[in-house]
Ligand binder design. Structure first.
Ligand code: GDP
Length: 376
């Protein structure tokens, strides 16, 4: 499961934003799987250009989108690294996440209390980033105290990380090689994870004054962040308020709301966080979407499914993920890009023009491949 940890002080709009995004997932994907009952985990369907169309082409009964789970670690506050409050448990949850999404309040609203009494985005972010750094420092120290019990390769990397952290450098800014990162993978270091900063801005700024708002956030906040690493981290603006209006209002009410702000009703909805945030996750983690279902005779596969890959995967590896029997009986994989298949209208038409390739076990899957595995 792909988990993203969501960070942020209380009252910055986390639940408003992620609940609204989850509801938009449900509206978009008819068979959105509610895979969890944990109130702190919000599953969000990956917005998908091809899935529904591929489902129609394959005459599937259902389509299943890929999902990203957003894990709320609301307990993270100053002092978390010392285990104050429920700090430690929350840090443990965060260590299992692949990336962190840090939501920061950048809207002014007298009626919403800021935990420290003022809106200070740079200070808020640095306080949490420092907690993560201190937590990693303690975590690494504890591991190094075990001395010879820690494999030498791991110890060497950890010592390098420890000196970096002591200088205030997050682990992701130390330019560790892939191999070095592999040695310390089990540690789940928080400062090694890419960070997606989302700034919750005023609804009017968000909808009507985007360019200027982006420039302002860049110059007033992002450029002043000590812990922002442009080689791994990204940032964007969001509006929790707009996002929740989108799901809570009827179309008529929505039209009135948008008009009251002076927004055209046919504005580009792809600019909403529901589209933007999962795309940023895909970007920072180098994720690929691949599809299975079309091409399998209808009586055998009634589901068109999107899969998220977070690393290299071969056709054989995919077979193994679907079923052990499909892996051991693997004969070949039929592969075509989603866009190319949709252009043909039907799977057989694509086959007739020779557009579907035959690939072997070792074939490396590519983004937007539609894969049909033949097995015995
Ligand atoms: P969380 O503690 O970070 O999960 O914050 P919530 O989502 O519970 O939001 C805290 C309060 O701020 C609620 O009263 C929200 O209605 C309000 N709020 C959240 N996002 C916005 C926003 O974008 N604009 C305004 N004006 N209020 C917001």
């Amino acid at each position: 499961k792909l988990k993203i940890g969501t960070l942020g002080l209380p009252n910055v709009g986390k639940s408003t934003l992620f609940n609204a995004m989850a509801q938009q997932s449900i509206a978009q994907a008819a068979n959105f799987p509610f895979c969890t009952i944990d109130p702190n985990v919000t599953p969000i369907a990956m917005p998908d250009l091809y899935l529904e169309e591929l489902g129609k082409l394959g005459k599937s009964i259902k389509t299943v989108p890929a999902t990203i789970e957003w894990v709320d670690v609301a307990g993270l506050a100053k002092g978390a690294h010392r285990g104050e409050g429920l700090g430690n448990r929350f840090l443990g949850t965060l260590r299992e996440c692949r990336a962190l999404c840090h939501l920061t309040r950048a809207f002014e609203d007298e009626s919403v209390v800021h935990v420290d009494g003022k809106v200070d985005p740079v200070g808020d972010i640095e306080a949490i980033a420092l907690e993560l750094l201190l937590a990693d420092q303690a975590h690494v120290e504890r591991r190094l105290e075990r001395g010879d019990k820690v494999p030498e390769e791991e110890r060497t990397v950890l010592e390098q990380v420890a000196s970096g952290l002591a200088l205030g450098k997050p682990a992701r800014s130390l330019q560790l090689t892939k191999e070095e990162q592999l040695h310390i993978r089990g540690m789940g270091l928080l400062t090694l994870k890419p960070v997606i900063h989302a700034f919750n801005v005023d609804e009017c700024d968000y909808l009507l004054d985007r360019e200027a708002t982006l420039e302002r956030i860049q110059s007033e906040i992002v450029s002043k962040l000590e812990f922002f690493d442009p080689t791994t981290d990204v940032w964007t603006i969001v509006s929790a308020k707009v996002e929740s209006e989108m799901v809570s209002k009827s179309p008529e009410e929505l039209a009135v709301y948008l008009e009251s702000l002076g927004v055209e009703e046919d504005f580009d909805r792809k600019l909403l966080s529901y589209h933007q945030l999962p795309q940023l996750v895909a970007h920072v983690l180098g994720l690929k979407l691949i599809y299975t279902g079309p091409g399998v005779p209808p009586e055998r596969s009634q589901t068109t499914k999107a899969h998220l890959l977070s690393g290299p995967l071969t056709a054989e590896g995919l077979a193994g993920r679907i079923h052990g029997e499909i892996e051991s009986g693997f004969i070949k994989a039929e592969v075509i890009s989603a866009a190319n298949l949709l252009e043909h209208g039907t799977y057989n038409a694509a086959k007739d023009t020779g557009s579907i390739r035959m690939e072997g076990r070792e074939y490396q899957l590519e983004n937007n491949d539609v894969v049909c595995i033949k097995w015995k």
